[in-house]
Write a protein that binds this ligand. Structure first.
Ligand code: NDP
Ligand code: 8X3
Length: 254
């Protein structure tokens, strides 16, 4: 039977790695991201390699109207979405509360909270009609503990945690699974985005660590979708072996 996965933020990192693993397991994909060329390249590669269909949704999740109209207007035969990976998100800056940039705060809130809500709402409406579906929300260890200079990024991930809990309650009557996945440090484009292209600083985040890879996280995401229909992983936190939580690391110094 046909299976469809909708992945936001599929042009890099966890979203892109998830696109490969879901396609390898026979899912047709709806892929989202703002970088159109990267979406096109990913769609071409996946269609060629896995013989599945790929629909591109090149929208900015911050734009409420674009999210709702593009999801309402996806072709009818793509509306039976089985899995949503609500993943698009970012950190911008790592600054003291009193020194942080308001544009960074606004963009993180608009993407990680508002965009995340828009996509979740639009897709859950489609799942509610069919009384089935699985929503996987990308939280973070930063939504479990707050760290210095994490302020608003952490707050957005605490919001993801809270919204995941309420989605699970409110969507219970529709038979929809809601899983919150909370990774620790993972080597993707995340840090280069956070530090605005400053590669040495971005790399220093992983000093002395063997961090998670995008593929590690995608495997765990996929695993959550393989359980029997009556079983739901509600909340799953994962990190590399050298990370205990958002704050404590065992870095190798030699
Ligand atoms: P990447 O930077 O590698 O990928 C982020 C993806 O989000 C890109 O595809 C980007 O695409 C997309 N994106 C960002 N903003 C928007 C937007 N406004 N509209 C649509 N797409 C957008 O990061 P990760 O894969 O590491 O992160 C994915 C998620 O996981 C995020 O929510 C992040 O907060 C979370 N996370 C990351 C961790 C890490 O250490 N890497 C750990 C824990 C959680 P494009 O630029 O083309 O729009
Ligand atoms: C990303 C993990 O610890 O860099 O959510 O904030 S962290």
């Amino acid at each position: 039977m046909r299976k469809i996965a909708f992945i936001t933020g599929a042009t890099a990192g966890f979203g892109k790695a998830s696109a490969y693993i879901f396609a390898a397991n026979g899912y047709d994909l709806i892929i989202n991201g703002r970088r159109i060329e990267k979406l096109q390249t990913l769609a071409d590669e996946i269609e060629r390699k896995y013989n599945v269909a790929v629909l591109q949704l090149p929208i900015d999740v911050q734009i409420e109207k674009a999210v709702f109209s593009s999801i309402e207007n996806i072709p009818e035969d793509w509306k039976a979405i089985d899995v949503l990976i609500n993943n698009a998100g970012l950190a911008l800056g790592r600054d003291y509360f009193d020194e942080a940039d308001m544009n960074d705060w606004n963009t993180m809130i608009d993407t990680n909270v508002k965009g995340f809500l828009y996509v979740g709402k639009a897709v859950s409406k489609l799942m509610a009609i069919r009384k089935q579906g699985h929503i996987i929300n990308l939280g973070s260890v930063a939504g479990k503990q707050v760290y210095e200079k994490g302020n608003v990024y952490c707050a957005t991930k605490y919001a993801v945690d809270a919204i995941s809990q309420s989605m699970r309650i409110d969507l219970l009557r529709h038979n929809i699974k809601v899983t919150s996945i909370n990774p620790g440090a993972a080597d993707t484009e995340f840090s280069i985005v956070r530090f605005k292209g400053d590669e040495p600083t971005a790399k220093s985040i992983y000093n002395g660590l063997k961090p998670l890879t995008a593929e590690d996280v995608a495997e765990v995401i996929y695993y959550c979708t393989t359980l029997p229909a009556h079983v739901c992983i509600n909340d799953l936190t994962l990190s590399c072996l050298q990370q205990a939580n958002a704050i404590y690391f065992n870095r190798q110094t030699s």
